[in-house]
Design a protein around this ligand. Structure first.
Ligand code: COD
Ligand code: ZN
Length: 375
């Protein structure tokens, strides 16, 4: 049956307010307008940023449908859409690529001006929403919303991937993998034989470890307050695991003592300003590079010892691994299919969508690296 141009009714998880439990409801999903794509989701990861959303740390409009790490199949397209067609396997993109703004036109920029993360309005690009529940308007998150059987996204926030992609896994390549792996291989360009430290060994931090290892780093120090993360981190390539709570001195001093001179590359994948300073202070004074991957709470500030900035260290923010998303993300899927990168160890759990609460419990208990929801 041709469902395009029709309003679809399906199940979706709604956050009615910040810090309130998600409820799975029947929602109506409008057809895509011009320049938009309606997608039948096959899987969605639960990312650290979704937790920030639910806690209200992104200052978003509620009620909303969370989720952004999605893989699905195009159900219908609006007028003018030409990069995807019904039946295509696609990934949703939390950072779109409009190919027209100053970031997209610059050879290095990837933080497209059409993104809806910082700040977050919760609508489509025309300011309206495509979801309703019990007659009430439901907001989108980050232009995508993936905790739903169907979603509508702008064409600039979706990309076609290889037909052979396993849809129960590749949702991670929508966000967590490029965010972490790309921070190491594409943004930092970790060098063979180098020493790295990764703060936060969740899904994103684990993908950073994968990238450091693939780049030939000889020592990878992993820092996390949850020691349950250590065995998996070691299996991915972490050589030394540190729990800051086991030391009386600041963890950067421990890293300095372990390395003698500081690390070549430090990554922060927690979103914690104190950890950002620890990462910076762990770097070699002269040539160390500190990559900030986590988003810190709104309006928080960093306090660095200003005198020492002159010694040459670099601090760089990086979003989605500095990849221009529509141009680069399909290649990561192809690399996965060709066994050039293995994302499987990052997927610790897979659960049907209606067990969303169980999945969130696993996330909050620190048991999951990535739990994938299956539709
Ligand atoms: N010290 C050490 N480790 C800590 C601390 C601390 N003070 N606090 C928490 N941790 C550990 C946790 O135990 C956990 O293992 C890890 O940090 C965080 O991992 P997750 O699994 O909760 O979260 P991720 O890995 O999915 O995401 C983390 C991000 C920081 C990347 C995320 O929260 C974020 O800020 N994302 C925005 C950045 C971005 O580029 N987003 C693009 C799309 S998300
Ligand atoms: Zn994410």
């Amino acid at each position: 049956m041709d469902t395009s141009e029709k309003i679809l009714t399906c199940r979706a998880a709604i956050a009615w307010a910040k810090n309130s439990p998600l409820s799975i409801e029947e929602v109506q999903v409008e057809p895509p307008k011009a320049g938009e794509v309606r997608i039948k989701l096959m899987s969605s990861g639960i990312c650290g940023s979704d937790d920030h959303v639910l806690k209200g740390e992104f200052q978003m409009n509620f009620p909303l449908i969370p989720g952004h790490e999605g893989a699905g199949i195009v159900e219908s397209i609006g007028d003018g859409v030409c990069s995807v067609k019904p039946g295509d396997k696609v990934l949703t993109l939390i950072i779109p690529q409009c190919r027209e703004c100053s970031s997209c036109l610059h050879p290095k920029g990837n933080f497209c001006e059409k993104q809806d993360v910082l700040p977050c309005h919760g609508s489509m690009l025309d300011g309206t929403c495509r979801f309703t529940c019990k007659g009430e308007k439901i907001y989108h998150s980050f232009l995508v919303s993936t905790f739903t059987e169907y979603t509508v996204v702008p064409e600039i926030a979706v990309v076609k991937i290889d037909d052979a992609a396993p849809m129960d896994k590749v949702c991670l390549i929508s966000c967590g993998v490029p965010t972490g792996y790309g921070a190491a291989v594409n943004s930092a360009k970790v060098t063979p034989g180098s020493t790295c430290v990764v703060f936060g060994l969740g899904g994103v931090g684990s993908a950073i470890v994968l990238g450091c290892k693939a780049s030939g780093a000889s020592r990878i120090i992993g820092v996390d307050i949850n020691e349950e993360k250590f065995p998996r981190a070691k299996a991915l390539g972490v050589t030394d695991c540190l729990n800051p709570q086991n030391f009386k001195k600041p963890i950067q001093e421990v890293v300095m003592e372990m390395t003698g001179i500081g690390v070549d590359f430090a990554f922060e994948a927690i979103g914690n300003p104190d950890a950002m300073i620890s990462a910076w202070d762990s770097c070699h004074k002269s040539y160390g590079v500190c990559l900030i991957v986590g988003v810190a709470p709104l309006k928080s500030k960093l306090s660095l010892e200003a005198t020492m900035i002159i010694s040459g260290r670099t601090m760089k923010g990086v979003c989605l691994g500095d990849y221009k998303t529509r141009d680069c993300i399909p290649q990561i899927v192809t690399d996965y299919l060709q066994n050039k990168i293995n994302i499987d160890p990052l997927i610790t759990h897979q659960l049907p969508f209606d067990q969303l609460h169980e999945a969130l419990k696993l996330y909050h208990a620190g048991k999951a690296i990535r739990c994938v929801l299956l539709f």
